[in-house]
Design a protein around this ligand. Sequence first.
Ligand code: ADP
Ligand code: MG
Length: 682
Amino acid sequence: NHTVLVSRSGGERVIADSGSPIRDSEGKVIGVVLVFRDITERRLAEEALKRVSRQNELILDAAGEGIFGLDLNGNHTFVNPAAAKMLGYEPDELIGKHSHSTWHHTKTDGTPYPEQECPIYSAFKDSAVHHREDEVFWKKDHTSFNVTYTSTPIIDNEKLVGAVVTFRDITEHRLAEEALRKSEEEYRSLFEESKDVVFISTPEGRFIDINKAGVELFGYSSKKELIEADIEKNLYVHLGYRKELLKILDEQGYVKDYELLMKNIKGDILIVLETATAFRDETGCLTLYRGILRNITHQRKLEQQLMQAQKMEAVGQLAGGIAHDFNNFLTAIIGYGSMLQMGMEKDNPLTPHVQQILSSAERAANLTKQLLIFSRQQIIDPRPVRINEIIFAIEKLLSRLIGEDIELKLTLSPGNPTIRADICQIEQVLMNLATNARDAMPNGGKLMIKTESVVMDDKFMMTCGCGKEGQYVVVTVSDTGEGMDEKTRERIFEPFFTTKEVGKGTGLGLAIIYGIVKQHNGCINVYSEPGEGTSFRIYLPLIEDKVEDRIVSGQPDAIGGTETVLLTEDDSEVRQMVSGLLADFGYTVIEAVDGEDAVEKFREHKDNIHLVILDVIMPKKNGKEAYREVALMKPGIKVIFESGYPADVIRRKGIIEEGVEFISKPFAPSELLKTIRKVLQQ
Ligand code: ADP
Ligand code: MG
């Protein structure tokens, strides 16, 4: 019996009482012995124990983790609800069952899991805690799930009695991890595969990370090598540029398409656009920059070339326009001057003045001719020629030109390549280049001319801003002279650009070369640095044609004739001059003022006319149209075209064909007379 008594102090005590009767000798109960025991302490201990085990139960029930106990045979001693649920069993179903063979029998890859390898049971062998994160448990329905588990040995009184296993289903976690890894991979490849350079850098000037495009752009052999580089020192062209950029980044937080000059490992200049953002920590301190770089070097080059080409085109048009009008005046000046001279007695005291006029006019004519060459308004006479032969033929002349202090060295391509060119013009190119080289080497040096055949791809021809891909002959003319800086280099092809003192240079040499090369469908580049010499490279399209033998015809002397000539010329001054000249030399001249008039006059006098002189470009009807009509009336009629107008335009428009006689204004009278005789005697 338990009795609760209240002690004098007020505390409750639990008393266990037992009584036994006291009997006399006859067995009669005469009293009772009562024994009281205070069991309060024991009761408390028991209740505490009960409470603990209830608490444990609660904990086990509430735990989200699977928890179970194993005896030394590997059989379940207890299983919490979470464990049972995850494995798909009722807790009772598992108690006493062998754990390994129930839900740990097969490995992740589907192969059997030998019991002796089971880390859960290893706890029995070494009394140590075992933890795994990469295995699966098998459910009652034979499906599996990813788990992380810990097997902890239970030691009671220094004796191993079993193990407690806790585990968690990490399938979700695995999926999330996988998704994260995938998304990271995607961003990584976005970063790595970007054709623009993507980087993260520090304010101190190091890359933290940079993609493949960056390693390629800067020409480093690996990302590691580039990360070790000092951005400002190794990649910027000008020290201080970076500070400027960082200042803007600092103030604005970002930059967009900021143009920078950078360099690759070889020192080649790169023009890049940077777009970047600055990142700060909580204290507002700049910690890093993230951004992209876009290489626009090639694009810029093309733009510059286009601008250069457009400038040259505009200058050419201007120069050509002036030269053309100027030519008409010169034709009149030279014509009248010549007539004046012819009409004078040898001892006339005014003869020297006339001569002076004529020679000045000749020089002026020469100048306008050069301008016309530059503006590609000169008719050229291209034919298949061997470039080596042209060079070889004027080797002596070039040697004499450059003087004894300069050594001339030819390295001619063994293939003897053929191009389609006007020999005289190619000779002029070489002579102009040699003259410049001589001027650049006042103390002597070396002039080298080299030819080689090359195949140019599209990309190269694009960068050099001209022509199509294909086979070219490259003529390289290099000297060991003073070279030139960028400012000079940019302008050398402009007409009248010269760095030489007045009277020494006209600034037309390279302008003419430029015009000639362009007219030959070629292109020209210059490589030069101050003090490093200069090298011009001229690309001319290679052709397959056979080289015709050069015909050297005997020139007839300047003489007159008695034939009738129809002279068409819209410029009345020029017309009168030529007409007078021809009349002086015995010809009968019929004048026409334009193409239409020419056809009219021809119809009237067609039986008498032996030769028609037509200006190529005239009002109303151009030379070709007039010629066509005239030739219909009298097939085989002889013709000479003349013009100071853009010759390549004329050729392009098919106004005059090759083989048709052409005389360019201004012409010397003897030249015209010779040509007339030549044509009439054909
Ligand atoms: P000019 O010779 O009359 O000055 P050019 O058109 O031939 O005119 O040349 C223009 C300028 O280009 C020269 O004044 C010179 O500054 C520069 N130049 C041309 N060729 C060379 C060269 N081989 N070396 C150095 N500078 C050169
Ligand atoms: Mg020159």
